[in-house]
Structure formats: C-alpha cells, structure tokens
Design a protein around this ligand. Structure first.
Ligand SMILES: NC(=O)C1=CN([C@@H]2O[C@H](COP(=O)(O)OP(=O)(O)OC[C@H]3O[C@@H](n4cnc5c(N)ncnc54)[C@H](O)[C@@H]3O)[C@@H](O)[C@H]2O)[C@H](O)CC1
Ligand SMILES: [K+]
Length: 521
C-alpha cells in the first residue's frame, strides 16, 4: 500500500477536487462516515452511548464535525468541544459547523485555559473520544493549552479514535515534539501517511485503519515517490511459486560466511534462516574448528571449514577456501559472528572483491565496512542490515540521532553506500533508492534477542537466491521475519521468545504464504 507525505496527500485531494470535480465537502463527508464505522467497531451498538469530539480549526476538525452529526443520528449523546475560535473555522469545516448549528445542536467553545475544567468533565462522562484537533496540516509542537488537553485525553483511560493522524504527530516524519494523542485506533484518510508508519509516530496510532474516502486510485500515478507499507499480499506476490518439476538447483545456492569460536551460533542461525527461507542449497563456511559442530546443528546444509586465527576467527589464509565455496552461489550472506579481529577484517575486504552475486552484509561485516576508513566497493546488489548501533557506525551519526530520525538515517546510508539498507529495530525501515522506501509493520519487542538478526540475514539471502531483486528480498525478508516473531508471540508472549523460535515459526508463515497463493493474507 502506497504511503504518502502530507504534501502529496494534499496534492491528490486538490486534483480530486479541482481536476475531477469531487467536492471537498464530499471527501470530508466520506472521511467522517469512515470514522463513525471505526467507532462502531470499537463500541458495538452506538445508541445511548456517549462520545466527546475534540475539534481543531482546520479540515481535520471539519471531519470531526461530520462525525458529530452522524453519531447524533445514531442515537449517541455527543459533546463537541471546539479548541479554536468559531470565526477561525473556514471552508468545508465551516459548512459542517453551520449544518450542526442549523440542526439546533450546540458546539461548545473550549479553546482557552479556563475551559480545561469543561474538558475534564466531558472526558469523565464519555465512552469514547474522537481526536479531530490536528491532521496533515500540523507541524512542530502543540500550543501549551492544547498540550494540557491532550494529556487529559491520554490519561482518561477511554478509547480514543484519531482522525487521520494522532494530534501532535507530524505526518511527514513521525516526529513528536511534545504532547501527542495516544490513540486506540487511527482512521487515516485514503493512504497511510509516512508519520504513521515510522517511529515514534507509529507508536501513537494504535490500530491503523486506512479509509476509502473516494480519492480515485488513478490519481496515484501523480505520485513520484515509491513508498510501500509492506503487507502479506505484496510479499506473497513476489515469492516464487514452486514448480512441480523444480529441484534444489531451481531455488538457488546461498553461501553463508559466518561464525567464530565464541559465536558459532550466529553461523547456525543464519544458515537456518536461509534454509527456512526456501533456498535450494545452503553452504556455510566457518573457521575449521567449528565445522563439525555446525554440521551437526544444521544437517541440511553443506559445511566448509577454513583457516582460522589463534583466536578462532577466519584467517586471511581462508581466502582460497572461501573463494572455492563461492562457486555457483546465487547469494552470499557474510558477517554474522565473524568477530572483530583485524586479520579477519582484511580477509573480509578481499572476499568482498571476489563475490559476483547479490550479498547480504550483516553484523561484524558491517563493522568491518565502517572501520575500513575508505568506501569499499560492494558486490552488485548488496543489502546492508544494520541495527541502530551499526547504522550509527556506518553513517557517522550517534545511535540516538539514528533513532530520532530513522528515515533520514536510512536515506543517508543509502546515499553513502549505494546499497539497499535495512534499518532494524521497531518498525524496520528499508531504503532502496531515491525516494524508495518500504515500511515494515510486523515484528515485536520479543524479537530483541541475540541471534534474531542472524536469522534475518540468512532469510534475505535465501530470497535473493530464489531470484527476488535486492529490494524485494530485503523487504520480504523483513516482513516474513517479523511475521514469524508475531506468530511466536501469540503463543508464548515476549519473555521466552528466542531467535530459534523465529526460525521455527517461519514454518507457520511459510504455510500462510503458501495458502495465500497470491491472494490476501
Ligand atoms: N479536502 C481535503 O483536503 C480533505 C482533508 N481532510 C482532512 O483535513 C486534514 C487536513 O486539513 P488542514 O486544514 O490542511 O490541516 P489540519 O486540520 O491538520 O489543521 C491544522 C491547523 O493547525 C495549524 N497548525 C499547524 N501546526 C500547528 C502548531 N504546531 N500549533 C498550532 N497550530 C498549528 C495549521 O496552520 C492549520 O490551521 C486532513 O488531515 C484530513 O483530516 C478530509 O479528510 C478530506 C478532505
Ligand atoms: K487528529
């Protein structure tokens, strides 16, 4: 599903209104009706229940006024609190204010500090709160009084439905500079906005519902940016359907270069990720003393032992053995558990020069890249999979700076390295080119556990080997990995979840994708 910046949404709104002749008031009416449906989903029967609607001065407030009219029609007791002076309300929002007035319905003015008590009382005697204070027109931080209102709403313990965007969240970036509504559900109009699918904004949305307000889909071609919210349907459409006559050669060979004495598990987990991601063949190359152990742990993989340093990391002398292993590879995964020996770093650079197929660089591989001091030539179709700390090293930012603006960080890394970048962490973000992003909604905090990233690297390698483009492999890998973690959480919660569970639950995801056969998940 396409993800838009507010300015792009405004452009489509304007085209729908001015070029196609759909009146703005119709769009607003549709927006309001969609919010009413969400309220109904949350509350069930509406008759006799109470709603409080907080209305700002812009069109978001206008949507709120439509909601008020429809909830009244459904027999609800509705209190509408205007946080702006009535004379500030213009255009379609004004029209809706006048309709309410003509109905004899009283909208309360609650736009100044002395109204805080009115707000408190309203919030006490309500079953649901509708946030129509700010929408896509909002930037910066909310005025002090509005901040006080928002804090009261958040502390009320009542379900909150945000109209288009939780007020206080910037639609273009997901930045939150002060108080912001913590919604139970957000009904966003026509398309998800960037600020709703990246952190921290994403955490304020609750359940995200995308409402059809009759913006014709033909207008999508006017949007140049390629930003996609990942969904099972899209991922399934990229994955190859296995042919009856297929054999292991059909699904590609992944070579995993990983592991050291203290981190043999990283090699095992990356290999398991590749095997469960559907690779035809996986060969894992590890320091010689680990080979037997790894072979027992992953009997379905080929193993190759290579020269090692005294501390048990791959040695420079391993180059020829690794080069031999690379023969016939469709994809390479390099980095998990390699350690931080200088000699292994030198080897890493030489191996990179010999790889001729799409490559996933993860973990210690990323640290070697960052430490190289010069910009290394990456294999064609490289994917980098940093967590925020690794991202900081790759871009010269601090981890806090990366997390504060993940979108900017991932864009910077893409420009620096000209590779597909997968920024892990809550709401994994993928940058694949100029204005080309994938936003991953799957995954949960239970997956913040050692080895989970190794599984992802292997999984992406498998998808590359099966012929997905680097951007599809990165995006699909992130989605499938997060989905496996989500299914694992459904059964075991977050505490006990380990990387091995992510591997094991890939089976269920595989089944879902298989059953989907290209239809909806
Ligand atoms: N036809 C349409 O465009 C439709 C839009 N819909 C809804 O409208 C909003 C967008 O409306 P807009 O009037 O552009 O913006 P807001 O309602 O978000 O109003 C913002 C309002 O507040 C001012 N403002 C911005 N930042 C701050 C700040 N930091 N402090 C104080 N005030 C601020 C700004 O100047 C505006 O005056 C969209 O989200 C939809 O909900 C309909 O859905 C359909 C048609
Ligand atoms: K809002």
């Amino acid at each position: 599903m396409l993800v838009l910046k507010p300015e792009e949404m405004r452009q489509l709104d304007q085209l729908a209104i001015k070029k196609l002749g759909i009146p703005g008031a119709v769009l607003m009416e549709n927006a309001g009706v969609q919010v009413v449906q969400a309220v109904e989903k949350l509350l069930g029967e509406l008759r006799g229940k109470r709603a409080t609607i907080l209305v700002g001065k812009g069109n978001n407030g206008g949507d709120g006024l439509v909601v008020a009219r429809h909830l009244l029609n459904r027999g609800m007791e509705v209190k509408t609190l205007l946080l702006a002076a009535p004379e500030e309300i213009r255009g379609d929002a004004r029209l809706n204010l006048e309709i309410l007035h003509n109905l004899g319905y009283k909208v309360h003015y609650a736009g100044q500090p002395s109204s805080l008590n009115t707000v408190k009382v309203a919030l006490l005697y309500t079953d649901i709160i509708i946030d129509a204070i700010y929408g896509t027109g909002f930037q910066g931080s909310v005025p002090e009084y509005v901040g006080q209102v928002i804090n009261l709403v958040n502390d009320s313990g009542k379900p909150i439905v945000a109209v288009d965007i939780p007020s206080g969240v910037e639609g273009a970036s997901g930045h939150v500079h002060g108080p912001a509504i913590k919604a139970t559900a957000t009904v966003t109009m026509a398309y998800p906005k960037v600020g709703l699918v990246v952190e921290p904004g994403a955490s304020f949305c609750g359940q995200l519902l995308v409402a059809d307000i009759s913006i014709p889909t033909v207008l999508e071609k006017e949007v140049i940016a390629r930003r996609q919210l990942l969904q099972g349907e899209l991922v399934a459409s990229w994955l190859p359907r296995r042919a009856a006559e297929g054999h292991k050669g059909t699904y590609g060979k992944v070579v995993v270069v990983a592991g050291s004495r203290n981190m043999s598990g990283a090699a095992v987990l990356a290999t398991l990720g590749a095997l469960h991601g559907g690779a035809g063949l996986v060969e894992v190359i590890v320091p010689r003393s680990l080979q037997d152990r790894v072979a027992v742990a992953v009997p379905a993989a080929l193993t190759r032992g290579a020269e090692e340093t005294p501390s048990g990391t791959l040695a420079e002398a391993a180059l020829e053995e690794i080069t031999a292993g690379l023969a016939g590879a469709q994809a390479v995964v390099i980095g998990p558990g390699l350690g931080q020996e200088e000699e292994t770093g030198r080897l890493f650079r030489q191996v990179l020069e010999r790889i001729g197929c799409p490559t996933v660089i993860d973990a210690d591989g990323l640290n070697y890249l960052a430490a190289a001091g010069e910009k290394l030539q990456l294999p064609p179709g490289t994917i980098l999979t940093p967590h925020p700390g690794e991202m900081a090293r790759l871009t010269g930012l601090t981890t806090a700076e990366v997390q504060k603006d993940r979108l900017a960080a991932v864009e910077r890394a893409w420009r620096n390295w000209q590779a597909v970048i997968v920024l892990k962490g809550a709401r994994t973000l993928i940058a694949a080119g100029e204005n080309c992003y994938y936003f991953n909604p799957t995954g949960n905090p239970g997956m913040a556990t050692g080895g989970s990233g190794d599984v992802l690297a292997g999984l992406i390698g498998a998808l590359l080997a099966q012929g997905l483009s680097p951007e599809q492999a990165a995006a699909a890998g992130a989605w499938l990995h997060g989905r496996a973690g989500d299914l694992a959480r459904e059964e075991m919660g977050e505490l006990a979840l380990t990387a091995l569970d992510v591997v094991n639950y890939l089976r269920k995801v595989s089944r879902e994708i298989w059953q989907l056969g290209g239809s909806k998940l």
